[in-house]
Design a binder for this molecule. Structure first.
Ligand code: XMP
Length: 512
């Protein structure tokens, strides 16, 4: 039986995947569709609720995304968020005007707890606001159900018609009770049964991979990290015997990692190929210092290696048109999808060359966040050690060696990183990601009465659930001290160790 479905209509905001994910977290299947999806198509999908996302536009601008009035007359509950609220108000005859004072960030608001949206909450709440327009007059039949100091209609509803809207963003962590509000919309308003879980996603993906690929063979880029491993397991189940997993050892792996990945995949139901390509990658990176350029070179070189491997498989399996990757949602947003700014080109998205020989990508995890991928990995019965592994970026140590990448620098970093990871591994509560960075700063030191002018290693450990934002982890000083003295004593050329205490934003997890 199909799951009940909530459709997220995309009007160009940054948070559409986050909204879809929050809905899944509440136990309801979600699907993102373009904001201009026709009402007849929506009717066919028979959703139990619709959520209109935010967006950067102003409803009064020519060419701003609009929707049909009928959308609100389907008898299906609708929740409009930010631009989605303004669009609802505009379409149904309310008034939207520029704010006298734009509101950005966490705002105090008062909510009407008699509304099903806010049932069980305190009247005083915090909501994340980010708007320059606002509803000043709700449409007929609506009442204001929340207000801030400068926004009288911070939320509105027409309970009789099941129409709700919030100017703030309930989907983000900065609205502390936002998930409860979404939960109330789903269960109290849309009457959800809560019939979705990750095993439904598993079943759907197996079906969709079969539909996409048919009888063809697929080449999978396998890094041994969580994402590509989960992708491999899904593919092996969906199209057994048709998956060629190519593990490219680019020489930018952590200590002993290449052998560990090979051991983990050697005896699985896939055709596993290890390609030793250290020289090839390091030659391409010689002299390159700019992070985006490094990422693009690595992204391209991965594809060139995959193409070479596909050629080798040609005689036995014919042309391989499909390239599978474990791309997940944060890779997609940060690489500048959906017209958002490029923060860094994740090697498997923004780093792909335009002229690659593969015709189609197979990316079954593209809509998921890291913790959902892990849940799927557990569902697929992958070994715990693999599923719980901290993420390691495709470009590997190349983006942790600041400046030009050389084998010597990678070797130095590998040893320092292994020491730090060994120390952190003793902790009961481990950070979500932790590693060492080889900076390009030299500093003066003294060792055995002699002056040194050595390298600086930076240590980084972060806490995060989605890797889109993070906080630095306050590691015990004793641990940092031990790691520091082990590193300077055992890693040649290193004379200083520092600890990175920045979150994301304003920094990012990786240094490059
Ligand atoms: P940033 O540095 O963007 O990292 O805050 C967020 C998460 O993504 C990982 N990362 C990557 N993963 N290819 C990947 O597979 C990449 O190009 C890439 N860049 C960053 C990073 O390790 C962190 O977990």
């Amino acid at each position: 039986m199909e799951n009940q479905l909530v459709i997220v209509l995309d009007f160009g905001g940054q948070y559409k995947e986050l909204i879809a994910r929050r809905v899944r977290e509440c136990g309801v299947a979600s699907l993102i569709k373009a904001g201009d999806t026709s009402v007849s198509e929506l009717r066919k999908l028979a959703p139990i609720g619709l959520i209109l996302t935010g967006g950067p536009d102003s409803v009064y601008r020519d060419g701003a995304p609009r929707c049909e009035r009928e959308l609100f007359e389907l008898g299906i509950p609708v929740l409009g968020i930010c631009y989605g609220m303004q669009l609802m108000a505009y379409t149904l005859g309310g008034t939207v005007e520029p704010c006298a004072v734009s509101e950005y960030g966490r705002q105090k608001m008062t909510v009407d707890t008699r509304s099903p949206l806010f049932a069980g909450l305190e009247t005083s709440q915090i909501g994340l606001m980010s708007h320059t327009d606002q509803v000043t007059q709700p449409p007929r039949g609506f009442t204001a159900i929340a207000a801030t100091d400068t926004c009288d209609v911070a939320a509105m509803s027409d309970e009789g018609r099941g129409l709700y809207a919030t100017q703030f963003h309930p989907e983000v962590e900065n609205t502390p009770n936002g998930s409860l509000m979404l939960n109330s919309f789903l269960y109290a308003v849309c009457r959800a049964a809560g019939d979705y879980n990750i095993s439904d996603y598993h079943t759907r993906m197996v079906r969709e991979i079969r539909e996409q690929v048919g009888e063809s063979h697929v080449l999978l880029g396998l890094s041994g990290g969580v994402d590509s491993s989960v992708c491999a397991a899904l593919l092996a189940e969906a199209i057994p015997g048709h998956v060629h997993a190519i593990f490219v050892d680019h020489g930018l792996m952590r200590l002993d990692e290449g052998d560990e990945v090979e051991a983990a995949f050697k005896n699985r139901k896939l055709h596993f190929v290890r390609v030793n390509a250290e020289t090839r990658f390091l030659d391409k990176l010689a002299g390159v210092v700019e992070p985006e350029q490094k990422r693009k070179i690595i992204g391209e070189e991965f594809i060139r290696v995959f193409e070479d491997e596909a050629k080798k498989l040609y005689d036995e399996f014919g042309e391989i048109k499909f390239l599978a990757q474990g791309t997940i949602y944060p890779d997609v947003v940060e690489s500048g999808a959906n017209k958002s700014a490029t923060i860094k080109s994740h090697h498997n998205v923004g780093g792909l060359p335009e002229d690659m020989s593969f015709k189609e990508l197979v990316e079954p995890l593209r809509g998921l966040f890291k913790d959902e991928v892990r849940a799927l990995g557990r569902e697929l019965k992958l070994p715990r050690a693999l599923v719980e592994r901290q993420p390691f970026p495709g470009p590997g140590l190349a983006i942790r060696v600041i400046g030009e990448v050389t084998k010597e620098k990678c070797d130095t970093l590998r040893v320092a990183d292994a020491i730090f990871r060994e120390e952190v591994a003793r902790l009961r509560r481990k950070p979500d990601q932790y590693f060492a960075v080889l900076t390009d700063t030299r500093s003066v030191g003294v060792m055995g009465d002699f002056r040194t002018y050595g390298l600086t290693i930076a240590l980084r450990a972060v806490k995060t659930s989605d890797f889109m934002t993070c906080e630095y982890m306050p590691l015990p000083h004793a641990l940092l001290g031990r790691a520091s003295s082990r590193i300077v004593n055992n890693v040649r050329g290193v004379s200083r160790v520092v600890y990175d205490v920045t979150g994301k934003p304003p920094a990012t997890v990786e240094w490059e």
